[in-house]
Design a protein around this ligand. Structure first.
Ligand code: IPD
Ligand code: CA
Ligand code: CA
Ligand code: CA
Length: 259
Protein backbone atom coordinates (compact mmCIF):
# COMPACT_ATOMS: atom_id res chain seq x y z
CA UNK A 1 0.00 0.00 0.00
CA UNK A 2 1.16 3.53 -0.78
CA UNK A 3 2.20 5.94 1.98
CA UNK A 4 -0.53 8.47 1.09
CA UNK A 5 -3.22 5.81 1.43
CA UNK A 6 -1.72 4.54 4.70
CA UNK A 7 -1.69 8.10 6.09
CA UNK A 8 -5.35 8.55 5.24
CA UNK A 9 -6.29 5.24 6.87
CA UNK A 10 -4.11 6.06 9.89
CA UNK A 11 -5.94 9.33 10.50
CA UNK A 12 -9.30 7.61 10.15
CA UNK A 13 -8.47 4.72 12.50
CA UNK A 14 -7.18 7.15 15.14
CA UNK A 15 -10.55 8.92 14.97
CA UNK A 16 -12.40 5.61 15.54
CA UNK A 17 -10.14 4.84 18.48
CA UNK A 18 -10.80 8.23 20.10
CA UNK A 19 -14.55 7.63 19.82
CA UNK A 20 -14.21 4.03 20.94
CA UNK A 21 -12.19 5.10 24.01
CA UNK A 22 -14.80 7.74 24.92
CA UNK A 23 -17.56 5.12 24.63
CA UNK A 24 -15.69 2.65 26.84
CA UNK A 25 -14.83 5.33 29.43
CA UNK A 26 -18.50 6.33 29.61
CA UNK A 27 -19.36 2.73 30.49
CA UNK A 28 -16.71 2.34 33.17
CA UNK A 29 -18.97 3.13 36.14
CA UNK A 30 -22.02 1.33 34.80
CA UNK A 31 -23.09 -2.17 35.77
CA UNK A 32 -21.56 -4.61 33.29
CA UNK A 33 -23.27 -7.67 31.88
CA UNK A 34 -20.61 -10.36 32.21
CA UNK A 35 -20.85 -13.80 30.61
CA UNK A 36 -18.39 -16.69 30.51
CA UNK A 37 -17.20 -18.28 27.26
CA UNK A 38 -14.96 -21.38 27.38
CA UNK A 39 -14.29 -21.29 31.16
CA UNK A 40 -14.97 -19.21 34.27
CA UNK A 41 -11.81 -17.21 33.53
CA UNK A 42 -12.79 -16.48 29.92
CA UNK A 43 -15.17 -13.51 30.11
CA UNK A 44 -17.07 -11.32 27.70
CA UNK A 45 -19.04 -8.21 28.65
CA UNK A 46 -21.67 -6.09 26.95
CA UNK A 47 -18.89 -3.52 26.39
CA UNK A 48 -16.65 -6.00 24.51
CA UNK A 49 -19.62 -6.67 22.21
CA UNK A 50 -20.71 -3.03 21.86
CA UNK A 51 -17.19 -1.91 21.11
CA UNK A 52 -16.60 -4.60 18.50
CA UNK A 53 -19.92 -3.70 16.82
CA UNK A 54 -18.86 -0.03 16.84
CA UNK A 55 -15.42 -0.67 15.28
CA UNK A 56 -16.79 -3.18 12.75
CA UNK A 57 -19.47 -0.68 11.65
CA UNK A 58 -16.80 2.03 11.17
CA UNK A 59 -14.63 -0.32 9.07
CA UNK A 60 -17.63 -1.40 6.97
CA UNK A 61 -18.63 2.22 6.35
CA UNK A 62 -15.04 3.07 5.34
CA UNK A 63 -14.33 -0.06 3.30
CA UNK A 64 -17.47 -2.07 2.49
CA UNK A 65 -15.55 -4.96 0.87
CA UNK A 66 -13.02 -5.47 3.65
CA UNK A 67 -12.81 -8.76 5.53
CA UNK A 68 -12.97 -8.31 9.30
CA UNK A 69 -11.81 -10.79 11.92
CA UNK A 70 -13.24 -9.79 15.32
CA UNK A 71 -12.90 -11.76 18.53
CA UNK A 72 -16.56 -11.52 19.49
CA UNK A 73 -17.84 -12.65 16.10
CA UNK A 74 -19.39 -9.47 14.64
CA UNK A 75 -16.99 -9.53 11.71
CA UNK A 76 -16.64 -12.21 9.04
CA UNK A 77 -15.43 -15.80 8.92
CA UNK A 78 -11.88 -15.23 7.72
CA UNK A 79 -9.97 -18.27 6.53
CA UNK A 80 -7.64 -16.72 3.99
CA UNK A 81 -5.04 -13.98 4.24
CA UNK A 82 -5.76 -12.76 0.71
CA UNK A 83 -6.85 -9.15 0.21
CA UNK A 84 -7.39 -6.67 3.01
CA UNK A 85 -8.02 -8.17 6.41
CA UNK A 86 -8.81 -6.08 9.50
CA UNK A 87 -8.34 -7.71 12.89
CA UNK A 88 -10.17 -6.34 15.94
CA UNK A 89 -9.84 -7.06 19.66
CA UNK A 90 -12.47 -4.72 21.16
CA UNK A 91 -11.31 -5.16 24.77
CA UNK A 92 -8.05 -7.00 25.36
CA UNK A 93 -7.75 -8.02 29.00
CA UNK A 94 -11.45 -8.45 29.69
CA UNK A 95 -10.71 -9.96 33.12
CA UNK A 96 -8.76 -6.81 34.06
CA UNK A 97 -11.56 -4.66 32.66
CA UNK A 98 -14.13 -6.49 34.82
CA UNK A 99 -12.09 -6.74 38.03
CA UNK A 100 -9.89 -3.63 37.86
CA UNK A 101 -11.52 -1.29 35.33
CA UNK A 102 -7.87 -0.74 34.31
CA UNK A 103 -5.01 -2.39 32.41
CA UNK A 104 -6.92 -3.27 29.24
CA UNK A 105 -6.49 -2.29 25.60
CA UNK A 106 -8.32 -1.85 22.30
CA UNK A 107 -6.45 -3.31 19.31
CA UNK A 108 -6.89 -2.97 15.57
CA UNK A 109 -4.66 -4.32 12.78
CA UNK A 110 -4.72 -4.06 9.01
CA UNK A 111 -3.09 -6.71 6.80
CA UNK A 112 -2.87 -6.72 3.02
CA UNK A 113 -2.31 -10.18 1.49
CA UNK A 114 -0.87 -11.39 4.78
CA UNK A 115 1.55 -8.46 5.16
CA UNK A 116 1.04 -6.24 8.21
CA UNK A 117 0.49 -2.62 7.18
CA UNK A 118 -0.92 -0.83 10.24
CA UNK A 119 -1.25 -1.75 13.92
CA UNK A 120 -2.92 0.05 16.85
CA UNK A 121 -2.79 -0.77 20.55
CA UNK A 122 -4.58 1.68 22.84
CA UNK A 123 -4.08 1.46 26.61
CA UNK A 124 -7.46 2.94 27.44
CA UNK A 125 -6.89 4.16 31.00
CA UNK A 126 -3.21 5.07 30.57
CA UNK A 127 -4.25 6.83 27.34
CA UNK A 128 -1.27 5.52 25.41
CA UNK A 129 -1.69 4.76 21.74
CA UNK A 130 1.04 2.75 20.02
CA UNK A 131 0.43 3.04 16.30
CA UNK A 132 1.99 2.70 12.86
CA UNK A 133 3.70 0.05 10.78
CA UNK A 134 6.70 -0.76 8.59
CA UNK A 135 6.13 2.09 6.13
CA UNK A 136 4.84 4.84 8.46
CA UNK A 137 7.10 4.05 11.42
CA UNK A 138 5.91 3.45 14.98
CA UNK A 139 4.59 6.15 17.28
CA UNK A 140 3.81 6.43 20.96
CA UNK A 141 1.01 9.00 21.29
CA UNK A 142 2.19 10.55 18.03
CA UNK A 143 5.90 10.73 19.02
CA UNK A 144 8.32 8.48 17.11
CA UNK A 145 9.10 5.52 19.32
CA UNK A 146 12.60 5.44 20.81
CA UNK A 147 14.77 2.63 19.44
CA UNK A 148 14.30 -0.45 21.64
CA UNK A 149 17.60 -1.52 23.26
CA UNK A 150 18.60 -5.12 22.45
CA UNK A 151 18.63 -6.21 26.09
CA UNK A 152 19.35 -9.84 27.06
CA UNK A 153 16.94 -11.91 29.16
CA UNK A 154 19.23 -11.80 32.21
CA UNK A 155 19.19 -8.00 32.16
CA UNK A 156 15.44 -7.41 31.89
CA UNK A 157 11.91 -8.17 33.04
CA UNK A 158 9.82 -10.69 31.11
CA UNK A 159 6.04 -10.62 30.69
CA UNK A 160 4.47 -14.08 31.03
CA UNK A 161 1.07 -15.71 31.01
CA UNK A 162 -0.13 -17.00 34.40
CA UNK A 163 -1.35 -20.41 33.16
CA UNK A 164 1.93 -21.08 31.31
CA UNK A 165 3.94 -20.39 34.47
CA UNK A 166 1.63 -22.52 36.64
CA UNK A 167 2.02 -25.47 34.25
CA UNK A 168 5.72 -24.76 33.59
CA UNK A 169 4.95 -25.01 29.88
CA UNK A 170 8.11 -24.76 27.71
CA UNK A 171 10.32 -24.40 30.82
CA UNK A 172 8.59 -21.15 31.78
CA UNK A 173 9.92 -21.32 35.35
CA UNK A 174 13.53 -21.38 34.14
CA UNK A 175 12.81 -18.51 31.75
CA UNK A 176 11.46 -16.49 34.69
CA UNK A 177 14.47 -17.46 36.84
CA UNK A 178 17.00 -16.42 34.18
CA UNK A 179 15.38 -12.99 33.84
CA UNK A 180 15.53 -10.13 36.35
CA UNK A 181 11.90 -10.90 37.20
CA UNK A 182 8.60 -11.91 35.66
CA UNK A 183 5.49 -9.78 35.31
CA UNK A 184 1.98 -11.08 34.67
CA UNK A 185 -0.17 -8.20 33.42
CA UNK A 186 -3.15 -10.14 32.02
CA UNK A 187 -3.49 -8.20 28.77
CA UNK A 188 -1.49 -9.04 25.68
CA UNK A 189 -1.92 -5.44 24.53
CA UNK A 190 -0.49 -3.96 27.74
CA UNK A 191 2.38 -6.47 27.69
CA UNK A 192 3.21 -5.72 24.05
CA UNK A 193 3.15 -1.96 24.72
CA UNK A 194 5.62 -2.61 27.56
CA UNK A 195 7.99 -4.51 25.24
CA UNK A 196 7.72 -1.76 22.60
CA UNK A 197 8.59 0.85 25.25
CA UNK A 198 11.57 -1.19 26.50
CA UNK A 199 10.00 -1.87 29.91
CA UNK A 200 9.96 -5.63 29.30
CA UNK A 201 12.55 -7.58 27.26
CA UNK A 202 9.88 -9.96 26.06
CA UNK A 203 6.40 -11.42 26.38
CA UNK A 204 5.21 -15.03 26.11
CA UNK A 205 1.59 -16.24 26.01
CA UNK A 206 -0.86 -18.50 24.18
CA UNK A 207 -2.46 -16.03 21.78
CA UNK A 208 -5.08 -15.79 19.07
CA UNK A 209 -4.81 -13.61 15.94
CA UNK A 210 -6.66 -10.66 17.56
CA UNK A 211 -4.26 -10.80 20.55
CA UNK A 212 -1.08 -10.41 18.47
CA UNK A 213 -2.26 -9.02 15.07
CA UNK A 214 -1.47 -5.37 15.87
CA UNK A 215 1.50 -6.17 18.10
CA UNK A 216 3.23 -8.24 15.41
CA UNK A 217 3.14 -5.31 12.98
CA UNK A 218 4.43 -2.77 15.51
CA UNK A 219 7.07 -5.12 16.96
CA UNK A 220 8.53 -6.14 13.62
CA UNK A 221 8.58 -2.50 12.49
CA UNK A 222 10.93 -1.62 15.38
CA UNK A 223 13.21 -4.65 14.95
CA UNK A 224 11.79 -6.86 17.72
CA UNK A 225 11.34 -10.55 16.98
CA UNK A 226 8.00 -12.34 17.14
CA UNK A 227 7.63 -16.08 16.44
CA UNK A 228 6.01 -19.16 17.88
CA UNK A 229 7.57 -20.29 21.18
CA UNK A 230 9.75 -22.76 19.25
CA UNK A 231 11.06 -20.09 16.90
CA UNK A 232 8.86 -20.75 13.87
CA UNK A 233 7.27 -18.11 11.68
CA UNK A 234 3.93 -16.86 13.01
CA UNK A 235 0.96 -17.06 10.66
CA UNK A 236 -1.45 -14.15 11.05
CA UNK A 237 -4.43 -16.54 11.37
CA UNK A 238 -2.80 -19.01 13.77
CA UNK A 239 -3.53 -19.52 17.47
CA UNK A 240 -0.37 -20.59 19.26
CA UNK A 241 2.16 -19.93 22.02
CA UNK A 242 3.83 -16.67 20.95
CA UNK A 243 7.29 -15.33 21.84
CA UNK A 244 7.88 -11.61 21.32
CA UNK A 245 11.22 -10.24 22.46
CA UNK A 246 14.34 -8.26 21.72
CA UNK A 247 16.67 -10.23 19.44
CA UNK A 248 18.96 -11.12 22.34
CA UNK A 249 16.18 -12.14 24.72
CA UNK A 250 14.49 -14.09 21.92
CA UNK A 251 17.64 -16.18 21.44
CA UNK A 252 18.01 -16.64 25.23
CA UNK A 253 14.42 -17.89 25.54
CA UNK A 254 14.75 -20.31 22.60
CA UNK A 255 17.83 -21.85 24.23
CA UNK A 256 15.83 -22.55 27.41
CA UNK A 257 12.73 -23.79 25.53
CA UNK A 258 14.89 -26.23 23.53
CA UNK A 259 16.32 -27.88 26.69
C1 IPD B 1 -6.54 -12.31 26.68
C2 IPD B 1 -5.50 -11.45 27.33
C3 IPD B 1 -4.56 -12.31 28.19
C4 IPD B 1 -3.92 -13.41 27.36
C5 IPD B 1 -5.01 -14.28 26.76
C6 IPD B 1 -5.92 -13.40 25.88
P1 IPD B 1 -8.91 -11.14 26.05
O1 IPD B 1 -7.34 -11.50 25.80
O2 IPD B 1 -4.72 -10.77 26.39
O3 IPD B 1 -3.54 -11.54 28.74
O4 IPD B 1 -3.10 -14.20 28.19
O5 IPD B 1 -4.42 -15.29 25.98
O6 IPD B 1 -6.94 -14.21 25.34
O7 IPD B 1 -9.65 -12.45 25.93
O8 IPD B 1 -9.03 -10.52 27.39
O9 IPD B 1 -9.18 -10.24 24.90
CA1 CA C 1 -11.71 -12.83 25.25
CA1 CA D 1 -7.24 -10.39 23.58
CA1 CA E 1 -10.88 -9.37 23.80
Amino acid sequence: MEISELEKIDKTVKGWLRESRDNVLRSIDTRLTVNTKSSRRDLVTNIDKQNEKFIVSKIREFEPDAKILGEEGFGDRVDSTQGRVWIVDPIDGTMNFVKQRNHFAIMIALYQDGIGELGYILDVIGNHLLSGGPKLGVFDNGHPLDKVADTALKDGLIGLSGPMVLNNDFNMVEIAEKSLGMRIYGSAGIDIISVLRGELVGYISYLKPWDFGAGKILAEAVGLKITTIDGKQLGMLSSTAVLLATRNAHRDVLTIVGK
